[in-house]
Design a protein around this ligand. Structure first.
Ligand code: GDD
Ligand code: MN
Length: 346
């Protein structure tokens, strides 16, 4: 097993981590990929590699990001199994043998998980919320992450042959996502762990990483989120046009028209989502079943839509304005609450 550890300014942490791993009697080599850390991390590792013969130090010329560091770690090692972890002691090495065992038992990827039973994070509130939002977005956008509670973990192991190093194209923190998507339907298992506080030094994670992350999600998901929103707008336009026709031109009563217009919008958005947004996904079930499910998933949004129009029209608001407000409210509801369900099951 190769344990790949990217480092940037971890001079205090890396010796502690290496001594710990070396004391565990694993069948392993350690591959440290250092980006010319100004604090001299590399020379400390060099000294340690005199003491322990199973350390490989890959030196890069400047701070080039974790993902490519891991890629270069892969290119500089050969073993059948690979474990990736941080060097700041937030990832407890005691978990490595558990990951290793899961891989030897035939799993393609073993994720050290903060979000399954027995896992834990020592995060502050802000970081905690950001992490949860990021995980939610991964689940919404990438159905490959279905059932994986912590697809954003930076601590995981995998069998080398499930990907080729060139599959790692982004340069953000979320390399596990890329591996899950690049490997074809991998068998993934999660092992709980406690994500510790950083021992010393500071996190290199910033706002820039979040933006990179959104770009990665858009790329990996084939712009699913953007398409989903465009389709929502398309459905809203159909809805409003139908109202104009039914109430404005044909003089139908508002309530009946609101229901017909809503369903017309749903049919339109269903078709577009089915044949465009989720084209690359093949879910089981007939088109009718999917359509019924789609309606059920948006039922709360539909109820809010109808209640709002009824209420606003009763108070004498222009029916088009009332419909507009109803449409926006229902779309927001579906997007925030049901969106995930709709996306999973379409
Ligand atoms: N070689 C190299 N180059 N190493 C780097 C670079 C870089 O540009 N940037 C960071 N590292 C190293 C750090 O030295 C550390 O060992 C590890 O990568 C993680 O960096 P941190 O800055 O400590 O990340 P974090 O604790 O904020 O984020 C961790 O948790 C996230 C989950 O919340 C990472 O494990 C993320 O990958 C993970 O998604
Ligand atoms: Mn860290």
């Amino acid at each position: 097993m190769s344990i790949i550890i990217p480092t940037y300014n971890e001079v205090k942490n890396i010796p502690i981590l290496i001594h710990k791993i070396e004391s565990m009697n694993l069948d392993h080599q350690i591959v440290v990929v250092d980006d010319n850390s100004p604090d001299g991390t590399a020379s400390v590792v060099e000294r340690l590699s005199d003491q322990y013969r199973n350390i490989i130090l890959v030196k890069r010329s400047g701070k080039n990001g974790i993902a490519t560091a891991i890629r270069d770690g892969l290119l500089n090692s050969q073993s059948k199994y690979v474990v990736v972890m941080d060097s700041d002691l937030q990832h407890p090495p005691e978990v490595i043998p558990k990951l290793y065992r899961q891989l030897k038992n035939g799993n393609d990827i073993a994720v050290a998980s903060r979000y399954i039973r027995g896992g834990k994070t020592e995060f502050g509130i802000l970081r905690s919320v950001v992490s949860k939002v990021a995980t939610f977005l991964a689940h919404v956008n990438l159905n490959e992450t279905e059932g994986i509670m912590d697809p954003m973990s930076g601590f995981f192991g995998f069998r080398r042959d499930i990907i080729s190093p060139s599959d790692i194209k982004s340069n953000g923190y979320k390399i596990l996502l890329e591996i899950i998507v690049a490997a074809n339907k991998p068998k993934v298992v999660e092992v709980p762990f406690r994500f510790n506080r950083r021992a010393s030094g500071k996190s290199k994670l910033g706002v820039g990483e979040f933006i990179k992350y959104i770009k990665l999600l858009l790329n990996l998901s084939d712009y699913l989120m953007v398409k989903f929103i465009l389709v929502g707008i398309f459905g809203a336009i159909i809805n409003l046009l139908m109202m104009m026709l039914l109430v404005g031109k044909l003089g139908e009563p508002i309530y009946a028209a609101a229901i017909i217009a809503l369903e017309a919008g749903i049919v339109g958005s269903f078709c577009m989502n089915n044949y465009w947004t989720y084209k690359r996904r093949k879910t089981k079930g007939t088109i009718i079943k999917k359509y019924v499910r789609y309606n059920l998933m948006s039922i709360l949004g539909s109820a809010i839509y109808f209640a709002l129009i009824a209420l606003l029209a009763t108070f004498g608001m222009n029916y088009m304005l009332a419909t507009g407000i109803g449409v926006v409210a229902s779309f927001s509801t579906n997007f925030a609450g049901g969106g995930q369900g709709v996306i999973w099951h379409l």
